[in-house]
Design a protein around this ligand. Structure first.
Ligand SMILES: Nc1ccn([C@@H]2O[C@H](COP(=O)(O)O)[C@@H](O)[C@H]2O)c(=O)n1
Length: 274
């Protein structure tokens, strides 16, 4: 674990909200040395897409993921590539006429896993009535199914993500709303101003992410008093360590657990009111 010198003040749970990325932040990056799927990659299943489409989606991943995590390129340089990646994959998925009623089965059959200690994290937030916003550039329908199947889709959880639009017979026909990718979460946050307005009495933010783009997820919080940011650095560690340490308050290197967020939540939720 690396900690920057920033002194973050945290008050009790009443003033707190948690904003977290999903893929590779709440979900695991790897398990027993094997990569775990993102919400997009969970669709890589015979139930939903054919072999040609699988091949094309994998090729797109091999082309664009290295760009997403490239420490030598600026966010501005990456932006058009991210739009291209997401748009191409979403078009392919629409062509496959994916059926809504098969999504739960695809999630069940996948090797997607939430980080060790996830239950303590979700359950504590729920017990303490701390709102959890999951802000994901992944697929909202799949993300919801993952947390539902893990029994942690509690009423305090709100999701902002890319949602599928199904026709009357339950076949995918489009994606709803404005596309969210890794590096436009600031715009996404501003579009969801109503959500943040509802939480205006909670100016202290605990933010969890795995990309530098995730740091903008709290930009919709109008009067942030204190923010503590935790970054999971899963991949290309040496190349990206410096920028993560300079940007996040706490950087967790190849840590597949929720131990640190849970310890912080334990502290916050047992601290006396200030
Ligand atoms: N076709 C795609 C597009 C994106 N990804 C990965 O998903 C992650 C986005 O979700 P967050 O919950 O982290 O916002 C992103 O980091 C991409 O690597 C993908 O696997 N396939």
């Amino acid at each position: 674990m690396c900690m920057s010198g920033k002194d973050s003040l945290l008050s009790n749970a009443w003033y707190q909200q948690v904003i977290s990325d999903f893929d590779m932040t709440l979900s695991r990056f790897a398990h027993n040395g094997k990569r775990c799927p993102t919400t997009h990659n969970i669709l890589d299943n015979d139930l939903l897409i054919n072999d040609t489409c699988k091949k094309m989606i994998r090729e797109l991943l091999n082309t664009y993921y290295p760009i997403e995590i490239d420490a030598t390129r600026t966010v501005e340089e990456k932006l058009p590539h991210m739009v291209e990646w997401w748009t191409s994959v979403h078009e392919l998925l629409i062509q496959q006429k994916i059926r809504r009623d098969l999504l739960a089965q695809a999630v069940k059959q996948s090797s997607a896993m939430l980080r060790e200690g996830y239950k303590v994290f979700f359950d504590r937030l729920q017990e303490q009535q701390v709102p959890l916003l999951i802000f994901s550039a992944g697929l909202g329908d799949i993300l919801e199914e993952v947390i539902r199947q893990n029994h942690v889709f509690h009423p305090n959880v709100h999701v902002i993500s890319n949602y599928m639009d199904f026709d009357q017979s339950g076949v995918l026909r489009a994606f709803k709303g404005q596309l969210i990718h890794t590096f436009n979460k600031r715009e996404g946050a501003l579009l969801h101003a109503a959500h943040f307005r509802e939480l205006k009495e909670r100016p202290n933010v605990l933010l969890l992410g795995d990309s530098l783009g995730d740091l903008t997820m709290a930009d919709g919080v109008a009067h942030t008093q204190h923010a503590l940011t935790i970054g999971f650095l899963n991949d290309q560690v040496e190349e990206r360590k410096e920028s993560y340490v300079n940007s996040y308050d706490i950087v967790l290197v190849k840590d597949e657990t929720m131990d640190v967020p849970n310890a912080i939540l334990n502290y916050i939720t047992t601290a006396p009111a200030k």
